[in-house]
Design a protein around this ligand. Structure first.
Ligand code: CP
Length: 311
């Protein structure tokens, strides 16, 4: 693995390898401390973020990397420099990996063949958020032990959600069954990657699912303002306290956050016993450490073969 641009490009062995590494790091973090000593990692966030940005930074620092946080407003982007030229500049000054969040689909896939440093997708457009998927997978694995046969509902603004798409790829590659629910006005025209027959009324799913993953309404990606009121959205498409009472025993609630409390999820459920929302955030550090370890750590170095050795 040279880059992490999306879950779509990984197979089940690679997903399991990353999850196993994250679990090992969580068990014995001291074995990994300082493993990236002397390596420089840059974080470039062109869209707002709290969880991904800070948990990447925590992960980088716990591994001993030297961290640069790129600020677009004070960079030469203001003079018209492209993201490609920005990355080539970082590569030239010795940066080994760039963590990138951006609104443009396909940005990393377009660039990675021409870039020498490792590119890590921290969320692009409505396309992929691979480390969110990995932390969600780790959370589900910790809860249920495996994925085969698990029933997972992804509910809400599926069309505009990069989390939904990455999780669909990751969960199905590992053998889970994935179902979708949400307002037709948001999802009918888009989400073309969702197979036919996977959409259900939320009320038909609630009692059957092992995992209910709620999604934030992505207002910033809507071309037209949503006509539903917050209260109507909550009543028809949200996980209300009443729906949560109908969840099956042992089922869990997930949400990538930030949460619109009392819109997609009742505020009282955010910290309820069946919620794993803060566990997801905690796991975010371990999966990001695992990704950095595989891209830059000793295992990555061993994969590099000298060219024309002895010539
Ligand atoms: N879940 C997630 O990506 O959160 P941030 O936008 O705060 O990084």
């Amino acid at each position: 693995m040279k880059h992490l641009t999306g879950i779509q490009h990984l197979d089940s062995d690679q997903l399991n390898m990353l999850l196993d590494t994250a679990e090992r790091i969580k068990e014995c973090e001291e074995d990994y401390a300082g493993i990236l000593q002397g390596q420089c990692v840059a974080n470039l966030f062109f869209e707002p973020s709290t969880r991904s940005r800070f948990s990447f930074e925590v992960a980088e620092k716990r591994l001993g990397a030297y961290v640069l946080n790129f600020q677009e407003a004070t960079s030469s982007r203001q003079k018209g420099e492209s993201i490609y030229d920005t990355l080539k500049t970082l590569e030239a000054i010795g940066v080994k990996a760039a963590v990138i969040r951006h609104s443009q689909n396909g940005l990393l896939d377009d660039m990675h063949p021409r870039i020498g440093l490792a590119l890590i997708n921290a969320g692009t457009g409505n396309e992929e958020h691979p480390t969110q998927c990995l932390l969600d997978l780790l959370t589900i694995k910790q809860e249920f032990g495996c994925f085969r046969g698990l029933k997972v509902a992804i509910v809400g603004d599926v069309h505009h959600s990069r989390v939904a798409r990455s999780n669909y790829y990751g969960l199905t590659k590992l053998g889970a069954e994935v179902y979708f629910a949400g307002p037709p006005c948001l999802n009918q025209a888009g989400a073309s990657w969702v197979p036919r027959g996977c959409w259900y009324p939320f009320d038909e799913l609630v009692e059957e699912m092992d995992v209910i993953m709620m999604l934030r309404i992505q207002h910033e990606r809507h071309e037209q303002a949503l006509t539903l009121s917050k209260a109507d959205y909550h009543q028809h498409y949200g996980l209300t306290e009443e729906r949560a009472r109908r969840m099956k025993k042992g089922a869990i609630i997930m949400h990538p956050a930030p949460v619109n409390r009392d819109v997609e999820l009742a505020s009282t459920l955010v910290e309820a016993p069946q919620s794993r929302i803060f566990k997801q955030m905690e796991n975010g550090v371990y999966v990001r450490m695992a990704v950095l370890y595989h891209l830059l750590g000793p295992a990555a170095k061993r994969q590099v073969q000298p060219v024309n050795k002895g010539a």
